[in-house]
Design a protein around this ligand. Structure first.
Ligand code: SF4
Ligand code: SF4
Length: 486
């Protein structure tokens, strides 16, 4: 399917066109010049403005009819109570009794652990051993990360009201104000789905989003049993509400320097908080037009899986580490989704060469301290062929370092997560147009030479044999020792 999609340039045409680009990219001097020009904060995203008003990547050229994941059987929906580690581990902690063992767990957890015995061991190890170790290491070494923690806390300080009613109530607008025109009891009549898509994208940008895409919602991506705090009963099977026809994806970048200084100084809260706010604002806008809208937002307030929806909406492609890579931001962003019945023209998925590049690259798998990212090939997961991320291993590493909230190392080390200077844009152009894969080896090699990282073991906290290492040093404004007497 990927091969079928990638017909933008012939092999001969690419080889001809890539001669000049290859020569330019092969020059270390020019490369360093590019790194220097990347010091301008304006180059931290692939957009000329935060709102994305002047797009630097021509998505239309890479639009394809089918997404770059592959359907390989009957799709199965995820049970969020067990299939999502952020819900599963709290469940284990709530119900686990040493004297009762597995028998004391609810049936859905027993079923999951019987199918995934390795996750049972990993989750129990996290609960019994990692949490206490992290607490004691935080007492001994945590002072160094006080400013990073305060910054992350500040970013997440403004929270939104959790949804307390079911979708049939919570998603629908109240009566619109009558003096604004139109029948206040009915949705406003939109001219065409094309015009509505254009309007919604512009509004999303104005509301603060950097990335935005629209798709029809594939029911396979909706959890079969929802998360808590969504106005739904997690123990009841969720029929996909009929008004969840479309999904709008919005995304905003994480602050560059802390993201680069992962795992100890990064936080996803900076982008989480803005994407969350954009999703709520967008819902308010859509409801004002008289249509239903529901936000699905980070950290753990989703009724659906976001990455495949991003792929469907043409935001990017799902990569080796399961995260979506976009042409503009690489993986340096966090997303929210709005489900709605507002009729829109969906975007097409894109294929700009990520599947083929990830086959060669494997940098994230080599740098991942937890071994969660596979070095191998794709697998069929719930009816779709893609790379498997071992989420329980990833999550255990979150409690094996002193960082604010987890780890984003695979984001930081990825060759696509690079500043938008001319060298990196040229490299993106070469890989996106390369049907041969020849450039991928060279660019992966350059990534390893110019952006080396510490030994993955060094990322662990000291009680686990590590050195509290980060991929890059922290920015000046997160160095506790420079500002606070300890
Ligand atoms: S977030 Fe960290 S631990 Fe998880 S997959 Fe990425 S690099 Fe590995
Ligand atoms: S680091 Fe390499 S293998 Fe991993 S997601 Fe990025 S391009 Fe793909």
């Amino acid at each position: 399917m990927v091969e079928k999609n990638r017909k933008h340039l012939t092999r001969r045409g690419f080889l001809k066109a890539s001669g000049a680009a290859g020569a330019a990219l092969g020059s270390a001097g020019l490369f360093f010049h590019g790194i220097q020009s990347g010091r301008n904060p304006a180059s931290y995203t692939g957009w000329k403005t935060r709102e994305g008003g002047d797009q630097t990547f021509n998505r239309k050229r890479f639009a394809v009819d089918s997404p770059t994941y592959e359907k390989a059987g009957e799709g199965q929906r995820v049970d969020a109570r067990s299939g999502v580690v952020f819900s599963r581990l709290p469940g284990l902690m709530r119900y686990w009794r040493e004297n009762r063992g597995m028998e004391g767990l609810p049936e859905y957890l027993q079923l999951y652990y019987k199918e995934h015995p390795e996750d049972f061991d990993l989750d129990l190890y996290n609960y019994r051993e990692l949490f206490p170790k992290m607490r004691s290491d935080a007492v001994r070494y945590g002072d160094a990360f006080l400013l990073a923690e305060a910054w992350s806390h500040a970013m997440s300080a403004v929270q939104v009201e959790p949804i307390s009613e079911p979708p049939e109530i919570a998603d629908f607008p109240g009566r619109r104000r009558g003096f604004m025109g139109g029948d206040p009891q009915k949705p406003l009549k939109m001219k065409t789905p094309q015009k509505t898509s254009r309007l919604i994208k512009k509004i999303a940008h104005e509301l603060g989003s950097t990335l935005v895409g629209v798709t029809r919602l594939n029911p396979d991506w909706v959890y079969s049993h929802p998360m808590r705090g969504r106005g739904l009963d997690p123990d009841e099977y969720l029929e996909v509400p009929k008004h969840w026809e479309y999904a709008i994806v919005v995304g905003t970048p994480m602050s560059w320097d802390p993201m680069y200084a992962n795992p100890n100084y990064g936080t996803s809260e900076d982008a989480y908080s803005i994407s969350r706010i954009v999703a709520f604002r967008l819902c308010a806008f859509i409801k004002r037009l008289g249509y239903a809208a529901r936000p699905h937002y980070p950290g753990t307030s989703y009724d659906l899986m976001v990455p495949p929806i991003m792929v469907d909406a043409g935001i990017g492609e799902q990569a080796r580490n399961s995260v979506v890579i976009t042409p503009e931001l690489g993986m340096n962003f966090r997303a929210a989704v709005v489900t709605t019945n507002l009729p829109m023209m969906p975007d097409k998925p894109i294929d700009f060469g990520v599947q083929s590049f990830c086959e060669t690259c494997k940098v994230c798998a080599e740098q991942c301290p937890s071994g969660a990212i596979t070095m191998g090939g794709k697998e069929v997961i719930r009816g779709y062929r893609r790379w498997h991320l071992h989420a329980a291993k990833c999550y255990n590493f979150w409690n094996s370092n002193l960082g604010n909230m987890g780890c984003r190392l695979c984001v930081a080390v990825c060759p696509y997560t690079r500043k938008s200077n001319w060298v990196h844009r040229a490299a993106l152009h070469v890989t996106a147009n390369d049907p041969t894969g020849l450039s991928h080896h060279a660019l992966t090699r350059m990534q390893k030479v110019f952006y080396p990282g510490p030994d993955p073991q060094d990322y662990f906290m000291p009680s686990l044999g590590g050195k509290n290492a980060s991929y890059r040093p922290p920015p000046w404004w997160l160095r506790t020792e420079d500002f606070i007497e300890l």
